[in-house]
Design a protein around this ligand. Structure first.
Ligand code: C5P
Length: 244
């Protein structure tokens, strides 16, 4: 698969604590998408061994790993967690931008140092700005009185300025962040729905094609693929639509 091809930009969100289901999905999607996103649900149930169990097979070895653990802690602990994740060789790993400049810098430095020491490709760090589950009232309730949109821009710039490779953002934030932060920052976008798939609980959705056109680099797609009767066919259909 070409690294910049539309298929390589798709990361399928495998949100399940069921190891067999995760294994079946990764085997079905191998060679069709760039990788899989595994998060707190799968990782808390199965840990690094679970990841090896589903991505260590010869058939699935080429799938990239997007390790979505959204680290948020003191800089030393986040750096240690990133070093501890290195044996899994994640392509992408998430932290919270609200952890602050020192934490973001520690995350970026830890990924660079680990890659150098182990001679492996560097894990790229993505920062989450404002969780899309939070609105202005929720932010005010935790003492944060900047409107969510402004806070996204502020945290995005903070992440970029402290060596972070990219941001997780909603479809509606792509254009603003791309314009404000330039072409270097990677944008990973969930809330992606092909026209033939239901929205589920996602409120701000866009199609795969529109997300790429707006400037997304990675498309995080869960249920349209994983809940399809035939996940491989759904992935192929998305790739075909992107190529059209
Ligand atoms: O199934 P669906 O396509 O909605 O999955 C989207 C994935 O992206 C899920 O893993 C979800 O937790 C994640 N995500 C999101 N919205 C955010 C951040 C992450 O949907 N703002």
């Amino acid at each position: 698969m070409q690294p910049d091809s539309p298929a390589a930009r798709i990361y399928a969100a495998i949100d399940t604590p069921d190891l067999d289901r995760a294994r079946a999905l990764t085997h079905a999607l191998a060679g069709l998408v760039g990788g899989v996103k595994l998060g707190k649900q799968f990782f808390t149930a199965h840990g690094p061994e679970g990841i090896r169990a589903i991505l260590g097979a010869p058939e699935t070895r080429d799938l990239g790993l997007f390790l979505d653990l959204k680290f948020h802690d003191i800089p030393n602990t986040v750096a240690g967690a990133i070093r501890a994740a290195a044996p899994l060789a994640p392509s992408w790993l998430t932290v919270h931008a609200s952890g602050g400049p020192a934490m973001l810098r520690a995350a970026a430095d830890a990924s660079a140092e680990t890659a150098q020491a182990e001679g492996k490709p560097r894990t790229r760090i993505l920062a989450v700005t404002v969780l899309t589950s939070l609105d202005d009232a929720d932010l005010a309730a935790v003492g944060q009185h900047t409107p969510a949109g402004e806070q996204v821009a502020r945290l995005g710039a903070l992440a970029r300025d402290n060596g972070v490779d990219g941001l997780v953002c909603s479809p509606r934030e792509i254009a603003q962040l791309r314009a404000g932060l330039g072409s270097e920052i990677a944008l990973a976008v969930p809330g992606i729905r092909p026209t033939w798939s239901g929205a589920g609980d996602q409120k701000r959705i866009t199609t795969p094609h529109a997300a790429l056109a707006a400037g997304a680099d990675l498309l995080v797609i869960g249920r349209p693929i994983t809940r399809a009767d035939d996940p491989a066919a759904a992935a192929r259909r998305i790739v075909a639509e992107l190529a059209a």
